[in-house]
Ligand binder design. Structure first.
Ligand code: NDP
Length: 616
């Protein structure tokens, strides 16, 4: 394990004896960024709809599944059956809610882990802090970093444990949420429409439709003309490749395969494709940073000695360490926890606020250069061909792109059947023909193209416009936010849309361990619902004052990440080189935010959402 980056207060760049030239690195980063910037920004991508709709089909569900439309009523309806929806279901169940229906597009629970089953899939956040509700289920994961199938099975186990299968609707997409005031003497509640013609009434609705749930394709000219086989990594076609998530892709033994993209997904896929395909071409535009993985089986003695409360303690410790708190112990002790300082550039916190800003910025930058130098040296140490090694070196600051971890990815480029094709100068793959992928003067003939080209990030249902929400007086949520800007209390509730709870990272705080964040959110929402039930208050809705105050807090505390992100190489973290001017994240970070929520619940905050006089 690499040494942690030094504390900013211990680092004075003016007196440090640096073994590199920061100005030269700055210039190199700028030049590499400029090579990749495209005028079309996010417009370069294609959604999986229309002629590309087949890429979005569910390979795991029964295509002939039908059922009668539902016309019934539940107390709580949850949109999305990933960990956010499952945690909402579990926490609402613990709060005493009986009728809970989760509506999910896939054929089962799991969300990300339902859709993504590509070979090599693992979670790169430690399993003991990532998999939720381990103690409640009496389970300890088998590995420090879990394979995807273990996580998917855990999601299913959570659903079984909290009785969430009974009323679940799979292979169903919510198409509309409409608030019915109950003016004709009926209940005031949500009317939920779906693509299966359902009309479900629900007192409470929780939306947890995910952030990485809409796969995207590159808009490469000729993409539709390819005659061979193609698919996106989030819909892996094992009928074609053979094998399963653990590899053994026997169907590729006589195939020439193109993999487009080298993000966190590709890093996990490449070793398997390299091992099993006759020939693999990896088309890279920007190399990922690839750090040590160091996965290992769980030590049974360690697992047996765990004391009650261990998971909460470990999750809290991880969150604190990665957000820069000076903790005595680093329980997880991996590449995430040793790079906390660098992560602040993506996920703001109030750590190191005591260090003068200029000194802090410089210290961060130097620590960043050192970390990236270490990762570039790692490439040189592993990849035998110097030209290939040079292409695999990442030239940008650590959090410009999602850091990745692998002990097999770089090694794969030493295989004689694997070729790295760099596409930076052509801003990506130039063209696809009926039998080849074209870059520069070369047409690489292939039988199959696998797109590891990522997701439309942050386009959850509500913000994408695919899930219209109509609140009091028929007002549209998206339309309201488009004109006024997003307005919420803590990111969860919004005025004019009673009993609607949004999970996600709008006007609240995030972390690299996003499932932990979702659990805090689900717990908070469930406590509000529990209080509404106890006090027999019918409508949960923030007061105008509370909402305005929270929006003001978000603005006042917003970290200025714009300069950093504008200088980053393009990618989804910075909206392809055009970062948004304003951050909607809570600037003091997730540790402070969770503390704020706890205090709010304990100190009468409920007054701000449980409006007097709206009782039954
Ligand atoms: P990414 O968006 O990170 O990567 C997409 C890749 O496609 C990039 O390398 C991109 O290049 C490349 N690309 C796009 N268009 C073209 C083109 N026209 N020509 C050539 N290359 C192109 O998607 P991933 O699926 O890899 O990862 C998405 C996210 O999912 C991660 O960031 C992470 O948050 C999550 N994830 C988490 C894992 C975990 O273990 N927790 C594992 C895997 C994914 P460029 O960079 O130049 O744009």
């Amino acid at each position: 394990m690499a040494a942690p980056t030094p504390e900013p207060q211990d680092l004075d760049p003016h007196v440090m004896d640096l073994d590199f030239d920061p100005d030269a690195l700055r210039a190199k980063y700028r030049a590499e960024r400029d090579r990749r910037i495209r005028p079309d920004g996010s417009g370069q991508y294609r959604h999986l709809a229309g002629e590309f709709g087949a890429y979005d089909e569910d390979p795991y569900a029964d295509p002939d599944f039908t059922r009668e439309p539902l016309r019934d009523r539940v107390e709580a309806l949850v949109v999305g059956g990933g960990f956010g929806g499952l945690l909402a279901g579990a926490r609402l169940r613990q709060a005493g809610v009986q009728e809970i229906r989760i509506v999910e597009k896939g054929g089962d629970f799991g969300g990300t882990w339902y859709w993504n089953r590509y070979p090599g899939i693992h979670c790169d956040i430690e399993s003991y802090v990532y998999l939720p509700l381990l103690e409640e289920l009496g389970y300890v994961p088998a590995w420090k970093y879990s394979p995807g199938e273990e996580i998917r099975q855990h999601a299913r186990a959570v659903a079984r444990r909290f009785g969430l299968y009974e009323q679940a609707c799979f292979q169903t997409q919510v198409t509309e949420l409409r608030w019915d005031e109950g003016e004709d003497g009926g209940e005031s509640e949500w009317v939920v429409g779906t693509d299966r013609g359902d009309e479900i009434r629900a007192r409470y609705v929780v939306v947890s439709s995910g952030t990485l749930s809409q796969a995207k394709l590159p808009g490469i000219p000729g993409i539709e003309t390819f005659r061979g086989h193609t698919f996106h990594t989030s819909r892996w076609d094992y009928d074609y490749t053979g094998g399963d998530a653990s590899g053994r892709l026997t169907g590729l033994a006589d195939k020439r395969v193109a993999l487009i993209g080298t993000g966190a997904t590709a890093i996990q896929v490449v070793p398997h494709l390299g091992q099993d395909a006759r020939q693999l071409y990896v088309f890279q535009r920007t190399p990922s940073s690839v750090d040590v993985r160091g996965n290992r089986p769980t030590d049974p003695e360690w697992a047996a000695a765990l004391q009650p409360g261990w998971q909460r303690q470990r999750m809290e410790n991880f969150l604190k360490v990665v957000t820069g708190s000076r903790e005595e112990a680093d329980l997880v002790n991996d590449a995430w926890t040793s790079t906390a300082r660098l992560q602040e550039k993506l996920i703001p916190t109030n750590a190191y606020a005591d260090v003068p800003a200029e000194r802090r910025e410089l210290a961060y930058e130097i620590a960043d250069f050192q970390k990236m130098n270490e990762l570039r040296a790692r490439v040189e140490g592993i990849v035998e061909d110097p030209e290939t090694a040079e292409k695999l070196k990442p030239w940008y600051r650590y959090m410009c792109k999602r850091p990745t971890f692998s002990d097999h990815y770089l090694q794969t480029f030493n295989r004689s059947n694997v070729t790295l094709v760099d596409t930076a100068d052509t801003h990506g793959v130039e063209r696809i023909t009926e039998n080849a992928v074209v870059v520069g003067d070369t047409a690489y003939e292939v039988d199959c193209i696998v797109f590891a080209t990522g997701f439309d990030v942050g386009r959850s249902g509500v913000l994408s416009g695919k899930l219209p929400v109509y609140g009091r007086g028929g007002a549209g949520l998206l339309e309201t936010w488009m004109t006024q800007g997003p307005r919420t209390l803590h990111g969860f509730t919004t005025r004019g849309f009673p009993n609607l709870f949004l999970l996600g990272s709008m006007q609240n705080a995030a972390s690299v361990n996003y499932v932990h964040i979702l659990d805090e959110q689900a717990t908070h929402v469930a406590e509000i619902v529990a209080q509404a039930r106890k006090r027999q208050v019918r409508c949960v809705e923030p007061t105008a004052e509370a909402q305005a105050a929270w929006v003001a807090t978000i603005r006042q505390k917003a970290a200025d990440l714009h300069k950093f992100q504008a200088e980053c190489t393009p990618g989804y973290y910075n909206n392809e080189g055009r970062p948004r001017e304003r951050s909607e994240a809570y600037g003091d970070g997730s540790v402070a935010f969770h503390e704020l929520l706890r205090r709010w619940r304990a100190d009468g905050g409920m007054r701000e959402v449980l409006v007097e006089g709206s009782g039954t």
